[in-house]
Structures are given as structure tokens and as C-alpha cells.
Design a protein around this ligand. Structure first.
Ligand SMILES: [Zn+2]
Length: 370
């Protein structure tokens, strides 16, 4: 087989595998028609993917009495990836299958401290999680770790970490205690990756992560834009109010101290939004109204500069659905160009987006090897 044949064969296999990622109970005819391939090519690839344990027969389809066609589906747990989300007080663990769905997750209380004991405790939690969910270690592709820090594109080098003090040897520390391949991710970049996974046709978009800190990530022509020094999209440090509230970065008036979830509630965001539905407390309502104005100003800033969709995610994003019309109304009121605000979207991946996004990196890498 010459080089060109090999490439074509790999291309076909990879397309067929991707088709299985997006569809269930697929017949050979579905594949031939959907991908414009001949039936012998489809059959050969189905045999190959079956021999690798990546797809399996799922049943059959057709009229009673007529010839029924065998259907195939992805073996979604043939491999899996683990994800961690590390915050000041919690560590979340998720396991994600080859179809990109979360198989299991667990949130643990563990107070951050940049020590070997802490990293060992994280490793123990992950091992417990693997045991409890009867995950076969041989199938684990790797562990993606989402942290509130900036990370170089090598997924190893932490270079800005003022929220939690991750040091330069973060990768080495975690590698010492976790018996898997590991990769580090900025939390907002990881959650945006999860968002992109479910919205495959996102072209130009800016993701604002409204969590205990504010992060951002942006797509241009479907690709993440990192900037010259992997610091692009850090919307949390755009000046919103000159000489305003103190930001942890050392500056004053950044978006972060106005939009961080902790400005709404220190530790009970669910309780805050539950109360907001019925409260008549003027102080609470006024503070919420100001928060909505700050969101609108931040969105307007992004939209005016980049002319793209703006997605609201993070802890706060999970509660914003009832307020989206109001956010759109307030953004339109200060917009120069827009006449509708459909470009403002709520995130699709509302829970465990950081840990899942970090894990999905491994799933997407695995898919590329097929
Ligand atoms: Zn700042």
C-alpha cells in the first residue's frame, strides 16, 4: 500500500469513527450514504473498528419479514478520560467516555494548599473515584486538570497563578502522585472546550466564565485564539469601573470583582438564586440589577470589539436562564450596532464543564489517532 492509499484509508476510518460519535444504531447503508463511500469500504472499516473493540453490534433495523440490517454503535467506554477541577475548597472528579458524555462525577471538599500532602490527597480522591466507579485503569487515556491559573500551550507550564498559588513545578508535583498521563488547563479554556464539544459548529465566539473568578476563552474561525503569550481573552481584567473595586490582580476596577460569583454569595449560589425569585428586599434587588448592568457592559465590550457570539457560562451561568431576556435587553440598550441580542447565549454545558473539558482533551486526542 503506498502512502496515498494509507492516508485515504485512515481518512475513511477516521470519518466513519466520527460518524459513530455523532449517531447511534448505524447501518452500513447509513454510513455509505452519509459519507459517500462504497459498501465494501464501509464493511472493511467496520471489521477493523470492531476488531479494536471501538464499535459493536447494537441490534438490527428493517421491516418485519424483510431482510433486517445490522446496526452498530460506538463502544463509548472502550477508553475513557478523567478530569479534575481544582478550586479553593473543592476538587471535582469526572470520567468521560468516548462519546464525550460524563459517565460519573463526584465533588469533594478539600481545601487547597500547594503542598505534596495536598496533591497526594487529590491523588487519593481520584483513586477512590476510580475504584467506586469500577473504572478499568488500562482504559484511562489520561487526566486533564483544570486550575484557576494561566497555563502555556504545552499543558505543563503554569505562568500566572494569583488566585491559588500553583508553583512552577505544578506539573511535576501532580505527575509524582498521579499514575496517569496528565495535562494542565486554565479553567475557562477547559470549560469553553466542553462548550465547543457540544456546539461543534461554533465559529466565532467568546465564552465568559462567571465563576468565583472571571475567565474567558475565544474561538476565531472555529479555533481557540491564545494570543502571543497565551493570555488572550482574559476578560476578567478589563477595566469596567475606573478606580473601582480592588481586583486580586493588583489593579482596581477590573471586571472580576464586579462579576465574580462570590460578589453575589460567598458560598451558597443556589440559595442566592432561590431567594432572588421571591425576595422584595430592595438592597438585594438593587445589587442584582447592578450586576446585570455589569454583565451587559462586559458583553457589549466583547461584542463591539469582536462582533461574535457571546456565551455565558460558569457557576453563575447555570442560574441565568430566567434572566437572559433582561440581559439581552440591557445589552441592546447600550449597543451601538445591534438591533437584536440573539448573539448572547447561555452555555450548553452547565455542570462540571471545567473537569469535563479537561478530560475531553484526551478524548479528542484519541479520536485523532484513529
Ligand atoms: Zn484584575
Amino acid at each position: 500500500m503506498d502512502h496515498q492509499d494509507f492516508n485515504l484509508r485512515k481518512y475513511n476510518t477516521s470519518n466513519i469513527y466520527s460518524f459513530f460519535s455523532d449517531h447511534q444504531d448505524v447501518t452500513k447503508q447509513d454510513l455509505a450514504a452519509g459519507l459517500n463511500l462504497t459498501l465494501p469500504t464501509v464493511s472493511k472499516n467496520i471489521d477493523y473498528l470492531t476488531s479494536l473493540g471501538l464499535i459493536q453490534i447494537s441490534g438490527s433495523r428493517g421491516q418485519t419479514g424483510g431482510r433486517r440490517a445490522t446496526t452498530y454503535s460506538l463502544c463509548s467506554e472502550a477508553r475513557l478520560a478523567l478530569g479534575l477541577d481544582i478550586t479553593r475548597h473543592h476538587v471535582s472528579c469526572v470520567a468521560v467516555g468516548l462519546n464525550g458524555r460524563i459517565i460519573s462525577f463526584r465533588r469533594n471538599w478539600l481545601v487547597f494548599d500547594y503542598s505534596d500532602d495536598y496533591v497526594k490527597a487529590v491523588a487519593d480522591l481520584l483513586e477512590q473515584f476510580v475504584n467506586e466507579n469500577h473504572i478499568d485503569r488500562d482504559r484511562i487515556l489520561g487526566v486533564g486538570i483544570g486550575i484557576p491559573a494561566l497555563v502555556k500551550s504545552d499543558h505543563r507550564t503554569v505562568f500566572y497563578s494569583k488566585i491559588l498559588s500553583f508553583g512552577e513545578d505544578t506539573y511535576e508535583k501532580f505527575s509524582r502522585h498521579l499514575p496517569y498521563d496528565i495535562s494542565l488547563f486554565n479553567d475557562a479554556k477547559a470549560s469553553c472546550f466542553a462548550e465547543k464539544w457540544v456546539n461543534k459548529d461554533l465559529r466565532n465566539a467568546f465564552y465568559i466564565m462567571l465563576s468565583n473568578n472571571i475567565g474567558g476563552s475565544m474561538f476565531i474561525n472555529g479555533q481557540v485564539y491564545f494570543g502571543n503569550d497565551t493570555r488572550a481573552a482574559e476578560i476578567g481584567h478589563v477595566t469596567l469601573v475606573p478606580n473601582g473595586r480592588q481586583c486580586y490582580c493588583g489593579q482596581c476596577g477590573c471586571v472580576d470583582p464586579y462579576l465574580a460569583a462570590t460578589t453575589l454569595s460567598a458560598d451558597d449560589l443556589a440559595g442566592y438564586f432561590e431567594n432572588l425569585k421571591t425576595t422584595t428586599d430592595e438592597k438585594v434587588l438593587n445589587a442584582w440589577s447592578r450586576y446585570l448592568d455589569y454583565i451587559a457592559s462586559t458583553i457589549n465590550y466583547v461584542r463591539t470589539l469582536l462582533d461574535c457570539d457571546v456565551i455565558l457560562g460558569g457557576y453563575v451561568g447555570a442560574y441565568l436562564e430566567p434572566y437572559m431576556d433582561e440581559i439581552r435587553r440591557r445589552t441592546l440598550a447600550i449597543s451601538t450596532f445591534d438591533t437584536d441580542a440573539d448573539f448572547i447565549k447561555l452555555c450548553s454545558y452547565q455542570h462540571e464543564a471545567i473537569a469535563a473539558g479537561a478530560a475531553l482533551y484526551y478524548i479528542s486526542q484519541f479520536k485523532e489517532t484513529i
